[in-house]
Design a protein around this ligand. Structure first.
Ligand code: DX5
Ligand code: ZN
Length: 220
């Protein structure tokens, strides 16, 4: 069994002090930093692009887990790789050729991941499972932090875990959206091994980050 990794989403950080926030989360014991990239087109919100990822790079030695909510994704992937992304996940609906997107991320030496929105079936990633490092299962609709956990996705996680294990593959299952100390144990029991948390990780400010992470990990 893989240890559960915690990836705080800086979407919930203080955007005026992003560098300090990334450093504080790193010192608080986060495993990865999750960076949500939104284009106002694929999702109804806008965040930041490669230049902010690059500016953050000196503030943390943790893997940068870049979640692209942009369409199309391919034209921007080299810029995110160059900016310091270690893992790059994309939504297959951003199209048009998800397998080509996986090849592109691999060719840049980064770890590819495919994201399933709540309404997106497992079938969208099935043919790619042998070529990717991670499936990110969204437990909210993409676009905003602070939404509530969509319960129906727990069963999807269990079905995906079964599929991955049956095929003998080494693919992580990451959960994103509404992860709290209450919802985390349920998705972990269903087979998730990596948890993104925005609101639950950043609440209370820097003095609370270590306790927040411990609580999500189940050591609270
Ligand atoms: C939503 C983002 C999430 C978001 C999660 O589109 O992908 O990473 O930051 O925020 P919480 O944990 O507050 O649901
Ligand atoms: Zn995300």
């Amino acid at each position: 069994v893989k240890p559960v990794l915690i990836a705080p989403s800086i979407l919930s950080a203080d955007f005026a002090r992003l560098g300090e926030e990334a450093r504080a989360m790193t010192e608080a014991g986060a495993d990865w930093l999750h960076l949500d990239i939104m284009d106002g087109h694929f999702v109804p919100n806008i965040t930041f692009g490669p230049s902010v990822v690059k500016a953050l790079r000196p503030w943390s030695a943790l893997p940068f887990d870049v979640h692209l909510m942009i369409g199309p994704a391919d034209p921007y992937i080299p810029a995110f790789a160059e900016a310091g992304a270690d893992r790059i996940s994309f939504h297959p609906e951003a199209g048009p050729h998800p397998h080509r997107t996986v090849q592109l991320i691999r060719s840049l030496g980064k770890a590819p991941g495919v994201v399933l929105s709540p309404g997106t079936p497992i079938a969208m990633v099935e043919e790619l499972l042998g070529d990717i490092d991670l499936v990110l299962v969204m437990t909210v609709n993409p676009g905003f932090g602070g939404q509530s956990f969509i319960e129906s996705q727990v069963d999807k996680v269990a079905r995906l875990r079964e599929m991955i294990d049956k095929a003998g593959l080494d693919v992580r299952i990451e959960i994103d959206g509404g992860v709290t100390p209450e919802t985390a144990p349920r998705v972990v029991a269903a087979g998730a091994d990596t948890l993104v948390a925005g609101t639950a990780a950043f609440r209370g400010g820097p003095a609370a980050y270590a306790a927040n992470i411990a609580a999500i990990r189940g050591n609270g």
